[in-house]
Design a protein around this ligand. Structure first.
Ligand SMILES: *Cc1c(COP(=O)(O)O)cnc(C)c1O
Length: 250
């Protein structure tokens, strides 16, 4: 695991993150303009997996509020490290805190840990995970956890996510579970498939979901390579790693 606790950001790294942030925000703004959507209708989530807490802190100081992680072991350490670093900064920025989005595949036995620190879990795709998260939120004495239903899209061979025909049943389960808030849907476009078709399918499932649950209006779709296509098809949240932080060394 990389040194996620690192507190040091060089001026050079800070500048690189600042430059990358400008270009990602420009891409989002251009995509919104092309789709006749207001630029504020798309929320940027910086996916900091494999990068140190210091990078997340630097992005937070540059105005990013939302962060994504995909592995519990790494995320739990990083969330605490970033919180400690923000607390050490003094009063001007410490009234704000980052929101953490868990975007990776989630094992049931990690749900309790994730429910302690995540503000939103994007990868809910099966009934036992709903139950495990509800249990975790209860034990953590939290008021509420927002969950998104991850869709498995046509052509997806990785098999994460629920099939479109299982989404409404899963939504009903979440909606009837205390302390879980149904936020909407999430999807990863399959590799080697047309992202337009994939995100169109996401938009259709989202529309169907909102007929019954009008407040479940989050559409988490789009990554570094395909954010434009996601914005065209109504993404409200884009999850950007590489374009902001650089290539991950795994
Ligand atoms: C890693 C990851 C991202 C970010 O991907 P990039 O292509 O680096 O922007 C987004 N969503 C999920 C679910 C991820 O695991």
């Amino acid at each position: 695991m990389p040194a996620v606790e690192s507190a040091v950001t060089s001026d050079q790294r800070r500048q690189q993150l600042a430059d990358n942030l400008v270009s990602v925000r420009q891409r989002i703004a251009a995509a919104c303009a092309a789709a006749s959507r207001p630029a504020e209708s798309v929320q940027l989530i910086a996916v900091t997996k494999f990068f140190p807490a210091s990078d997340a802190l630097a992005l937070f100081q540059l105005g990013v509020d939302d962060f994504g992680e995909s592995r519990d072991q790494e995320a739990s350490v990083k969330v605490s490290a970033v919180a400690a670093q923000i607390a050490g900064l003094g009063s001007s920025t410490s009234s704000k805190r980052p929101r953490w989005h868990f975007v990776g595949r989630l094992q049931t036995n990690k749900a309790r840990s994730v429910s302690r620190y995540a503000d939103v879990v994007h990868s809910v795709d099966r009934p036992d995970l709903v139950r495990a998260l509800a249990d975790g939120v209860e034990r953590a004495a939290r008021d509420e956890l927002t969950v998104l239903l991850q869709l498995s899209l046509d052509g997806d061979t990785a098999r994460a996510g629920a099939r479109a025909d299982a989404v409404l049943a899963l939504a009903a389960q979440v909606a009837s579970t205390q302390r879980l808030r149904l936020g909407g849907v999430m999807a990863v476009a399959p590799l080697d498939a047309d992202p337009d078709a994939a995100f169109q399918e996401v938009a259709q499932v989202s529309a169907r979901l909102r007929v019954e649950y009008p407040s479940a209006d989050i559409v988490s779709a789009g990554m570094s390579a395909d954010l434009e296509a996601a914005v065209v098809h109504g993404a409200t949240h884009v999850r950007i790693g590489t374009a902001l932080l650089g290539r991950r060394v795994t």
